[in-house]
Design a protein around this ligand. Structure first.
Ligand SMILES: Cc1cc2nc3c(=O)[nH]c(=O)nc-3n(C[C@H](O)[C@H](O)[C@H](O)COP(=O)(O)OP(=O)(O)OC[C@H]3O[C@@H](n4cnc5c(N)ncnc54)[C@H](O)[C@@H]3O)c2cc1C
Length: 455
């Protein structure tokens, strides 16, 4: 065998798995294959000047490379079982929380020290929300910010680079079962190992599906979350974000009984493009450094859809809607809330008239031509509900960017060690469909590393 363990994907799941393996046994021969670039080579060409929109790079630097999709993320490590994944269903609630705290300790040691830990414990906003038919979920969140998150990744790479063999720009084509282990092929080369950890994240979802089909690994369809990213003056949410940083608020619509939730709140942050398999959607992030902060806060409003019979392809449904927005807007569409409720598109002149400066250059348009009525009605209802706890949310100039889609990988059937039906083949992180966040994905990496070390 070339290696004891091969890790596919150098996102948080893969990095923390490698880190923990080295803590338990530095003599292990471990290789990490990553489709994207090394951290210092990751650059998105969009500069807002010469290159304004996504040009579809072969390897998207936002989603791929050392650090995975999390590298330029807001670095919000939510320590909770209430959202961010269902890891606790496999390993137990206490174990999941312990692992997330352990990940937090590592982050603090590798550059995050000093970053604030926010918590919903004892907050007055819980009561305020419930009085207005809104539900605030419990969580602690360590906000590293895009800048400190990068420093932590740099330090983790410095720690690992001489102990683990990294292959960058090395997309794994196939995983084969061989006697005593596995063989992975990258371009024209093959590498063998006794154990294999697959941590390919959301960008590897199609590839993961292919591998599961080829190896007959059972899977279940997962949900897709659809909605918009809201951007408004930071003062509107300041009372909430100053205390909690991120508030996960859920609302059940009166009209349909659907749940709409806030997601990924970025105080004084920026709205950004996201490229998933060539489809441009929207996301957001913010910096810890005050010099890089903006005057706006952004967050997503999302509705979950899960299809099972006869149509199972929840992600395909989300993709079609995102494609429609790309077709109409050439990328992401932006609309003022006032224009949406008046049934008219936003135009460049209406946007210029607004009292808010958008942080993302998007095409002014009409989201009602893109999002299904049921989803859009739910979002509008929630904006009015949020207006009661954060007056100003339903202002005419509140910006809605669309579409925001959260694709979830199909859920791979794994046991309590996150090992699939093949002994020694582990599927972790967002690629497993079990985690959807930095802290859960990282915790899943620690969990398998310990399972391997003890086996
Ligand atoms: C803009 C943005 C902001 C975000 N903000 C937050 C946040 O603040 N808080 C939060 O909790 N979550 C956030 N997320 C989500 C978070 O980044 C992910 O949940 C997390 O990165 C998942 O970790 P992972 O290791 O499972 O997968 P990923 O981070 O996606 O890493 C998987 C890696 O595998 C590689 N790969 C894929 N296929 C192959 C292959 N065939 N061969 C080799 N390598 C392959 C990819 O290139 C990638 O680098 C954000 C995501 C984005 C895009």
């Amino acid at each position: 065998m070339n290696y004891d363990i091969i890790i596919i994907g150098a996102g948080p799941g893969g990095i923390f798995a490698a880190y923990e393996l080295m803590q338990h046994n530095p003599n292990l021969k471990v290789a990490v294959f990553e489709a994207g670039h090394a951290l210092n080579k990751r650059h998105c060409p969009i500069d807002g000047d010469k290159i304004k929109t996504c040009i579809g790079c072969k390897s998207c630097s936002i989603m791929s490379g050392f650090g995975g999709a999390g590298a330029f993320s807001d670095g919000k490590y939510n320590i909770t079982n209430d959202f961010g994944g269902t890891l606790y269903e496999y390993i137990g609630k206490k174990q999941a929380m312990d692992l997330m705290h352990y990940v937090d300790e590592i982050n603090m040691r590798y550059g995050g020290n000093g970053c604030k830990l926010y918590t919903t414990a004892g907050t007055k906003f819980k009561a305020l929300c419930i009085q207005n038919d809104l539900h605030l979920l419990d969580a602690s969140v360590r906000h590293l910010g895009t800048d400190i998150n990068y420093v932590v990744l740099e330090n983790l790479y410095a720690e690992l680079k001489d102990k683990v063999t990294f292959f960058f720009d090395a997309p794994v084509d196939a995983v084969k079962v061989i006697p005593g282990g596995y063989e992975v092929t990258v371009k024209d080369s093959a590498y063998s190992c006794q154990k294999c950890i697959v941590s390919v994240g959301r960008s590897g979802s199609k590839w993961m599906e292919k591998v599961c089909k080829e190896l007959h690994i059972p899977t279940n369809s997962n949900r897709v979350d659809l909605g918009v990213r809201v951007e408004l003056p930071a003062t509107v949410f300041a009372h909430l974000t100053d205390e909690l940083y991120e508030s996960k608020i859920v609302y059940r619509t009166k009209q349909y009984g659907d749940k709409v939730r806030t997601f990924c709140m970025n105080p004084k942050g920026a709205v950004v493009n996201e490229n998933t398999n060539g489809i441009i959607t929207v996301n957001g992030h913010s910096y810890e450094d005050p010099a890089l902060q903006t005057d706006n806060t952004n967050f997503a409003l999302l509705v979950s859809k899960h299809f099972s019979e006869p149509f199972k392809d929840s992600n395909g449904y989300g993709e079609s809607i995102a494609r429609l927005s790309n077709m109409l807007g050439g990328g992401v569409i932006v609309q003022r809330f006032g224009d949406l409720i008046r049934g008219r598109r936003s135009t460049p002149s209406r946007m210029e008239d607004a009292f808010i400066t958008p942080t993302l250059q998007a095409t002014p348009g009409d989201l009602s031509l893109v999002l299904p009525k049921r989803i859009l009605d739910g979002i509008i209802e929630m904006i009015y509900a949020l207006d009661k706890v954060a007056p100003g949310t339903a202002n005419d100039d509140t910006l809605l960017y669309g579409v925001e889609v959260k694709f979830y990988n199909m859920e791979v059937e794994v046991n309590e060690h996150l090992e699939c039906c093949y002994p020694g083949l582990y599927i972790i992180g967002d690629g497993s469909g079990i985690t959807h966040s930095l802290s859960h994905a990282s915790a899943s990496g620690i969990h398998v590393a310990r399972a391997i070390a003890q086996s």
